[in-house]
Design a protein around this ligand. Structure first.
Ligand code: ATP
Ligand code: MN
Ligand code: MN
Length: 301
């Protein structure tokens, strides 16, 4: 059933169009950050989130009692989110069809926050072309002992190799432990081809430098290395989207950065929701102009 997208309401200038109950509820005891602060953060960054978050299936990390209590990963529609949270039916591997969520405005984001959402994760494809990804992601997952310098170097090296293949890539701090190297694609190649490309790319890294990289997700093989998580690039997988508050201590934020900034930024959790205004201002700075945008297709590899 195709849903009719409702027209945007005219946003009131005096009061928000969304409602947040229990705004004083602390969602992170480490920082004292509240649900109300989280909502204010998302209201500020919604305009810079939407170019990437909009019109793609999203999964939510919901923590109705705060991040230290029970959190769950929600992929499918629960039916109770309101008119700004849209549905798209997607055929699953087993042949069944499930309704996924997608958003296209700040009200939708805030309605999810009202329902206890902290994190937003997205498919690598848009709802108008679900089978052809519009981005590829190399999610660099370092072993616990590794310092950020190793991750930084890996991101630069991967970007250089991609560049040799004719692909422009962009770095994003995950807000957690690693960096995502994001490769925009003109939707054309389908999921199996994109997954195969990223898998072979990760295996090639491991083959060339087994002391630095591992292409297998098993933690035991990761010791002292970086897992090049290519598995974000399969149909149905998600990755954390830009400007997402992470359900981790201090509520750090995933953040697009420039390659130049990656040279000096200290850690993947450099920004937090308390940096909303800075993140908004940065997004229109020359450094970040055109972040994540490039018309390019999967090369031979
Ligand atoms: P870090 O830098 O700390 O690795 P990250 O966001 O990259 O942060 P990962 O563990 O590498 O975290 O990514 C796992 C990805 O798998 C998440 O980005 C998310 O989209 C997805 N994911 C997380 N939890 C679930 C879940 N319960 N079920 C399915 N997918 C999940
Ligand atoms: Mn990761
Ligand atoms: Mn990962």
């Amino acid at each position: 059933a195709k849903e009719v997208v409702p027209e945007k309401p005219v946003k009131a200038t005096t009061a928000p169009t969304y409602r947040i109950t229990n705004p004083d509820r602390v969602i992170d005891t480490d920082s004292g950050i509240t649900k109300g602060e989280l909502a204010a953060f998302y209201e500020t960054v919604a305009p810079i989130m939407l170019p990437v978050l909009g019109h793609r299936p999203v999964s939510l990390v919901r923590c109705p009692q705060g991040r230290a209590k029970h959190c769950f990963f929600q992929k499918h529609d629960a039916g109770s989110f309101g008119e700004h949270v849209h549905h798209v039916p997607i055929k699953e591997k087993d042949g069944s069809t499930e309704d996924y969520l997608w958003l296209d405005d700040a009200e939708g984001i805030l309605d999810c926050v009202q329902m206890g959402t902290i994190e937003f994760h997205g498919w690598g494809a848009r709802i108008d072309d679900l089978e052809a990804p519009d981005r590829m992601i190399f999610d660099l997952d370092p072993d616990e002992g590794l310092d950020f310098e190793a991750v930084r170097k890996a991101a630069f090296d991967i970007s250089a190799t991609l560049s040799d293949l004719g692909l422009v890539s962009f770095p994003m701090l995950s807000g957690g432990k690693g960096v995502h190297v994001v490769v925009p694609l003109t939707p054309q190649a389908k999921w199996p081809a994109v997954k195969d490309f990223t898998h072979r790319f990760a295996v090639a890294l491991e083959t060339q430098e087994p002391e630095r990289y591992v292409a297998n997700m098993a933690k035991a093989k990761r010791v002292g290395r970086i897992f090049v998580d290519y598995l974000r690039n399969q149909r149905g997988s998600t990755a954390v989207l830009p400007y997402v508050a992470r359900a981790r201590a201090g509520v750090p934020v995933s953040a697009p950065i420039s390659w130049e900034e990656l040279r000096t930024i200290d850690k993947p959790s450099h920004f937090s929701i308390r940096d909303a205004d800075e993140l908004l201002a940065r997004a229109s700075s020359p450094d970040l102009q055109g972040w994540g945008v490039a018309a390019q297709i999967l090369p031979d590899f």
